[in-house]
Design a protein around this ligand. Structure first.
Ligand SMILES: [Zn+2]
Length: 193
């Protein structure tokens, strides 16, 4: 399949955007590649809960804590003759490692949650539909290597949808979004309702 570039009116340098990105014989420049890249995939909803590392560390802390209690119960009577500082150290000693492990588990969990919040929020159904429509429009995009412009041939986005003008590559991502809204806006809203 080929498509006629609206700027130079020739089809010989036209290539589907997806093919242009995959073509290793004529690689695109990095900025161009970034502008023409497909819209991001919808992120599946992520389950919450503690991370595996935090659970393991907490479990280990709990076991050591129990062992600490047991050792204190066993050795209690030996402490009578010692000074208070030693006694405090002796009593607290078995719980020091469990406390450190719990602190590490907390840090691991806080760091993980921070990362999760930094990432985009899990997609709502409307957001997923919107992104799928963006992907559908993106799939219909063409690039003229001669003119370095993107375009959408007539009816490529959906039957009856008019051909686009030549689109400067910098405007391609925005064009994908607006064309999705124009071509499928009613569909997307129907799904959302
Ligand atoms: Zn052209």
């Amino acid at each position: 399949m080929s498509a006629t570039c609206p700027q130079c009116a020739a089809p010989d340098q036209s290539v589907a955007v997806s093919q242009a990105l995959a073509d290793t014989t004529q690689p695109l420049s990095e900025p161009m590649r970034a502008l023409l890249s497909p819209p991001p995939e919808p992120r599946p909803a992520e389950e919450g809960g503690l991370s595996g590392a935090a659970i393991s560390l907490s479990a280990l802390a709990a076991i050591l804590g129990v062992l600490g209690v047991l050792s204190l119960v066993r050795d209690r009577e030996d402490l009578a003759g010692y000074d208070p500082a030693y006694r405090v150290g002796y009593l607290a000693g078995p719980f020091l490692l469990p406390l450190i492990l719990l602190a590490i588990a907390t840090i691991v969990e806080v760091v993980k949650r921070g990362r999760r919040q930094a990432a985009p929020a899990p997609s709502s159904p409307e957001e997923t539909t919107r992104r799928q429509l963006h992907a559908r429009v993106w799939q219909a995009g063409w690039l003229c290597r001669r003119c370095q412009v993107a375009f959408f041939p007539e009816a490529s986005i959906r039957p009856g949808f008019p051909a686009s003008p030549a689109i400067p590559v910098e405007q391609f991502p925005l064009w994908v979004m607006t064309a999705a809204e124009r071509a499928f806006g009613a569909d997307a809203r129907a799904v959302a309702d």
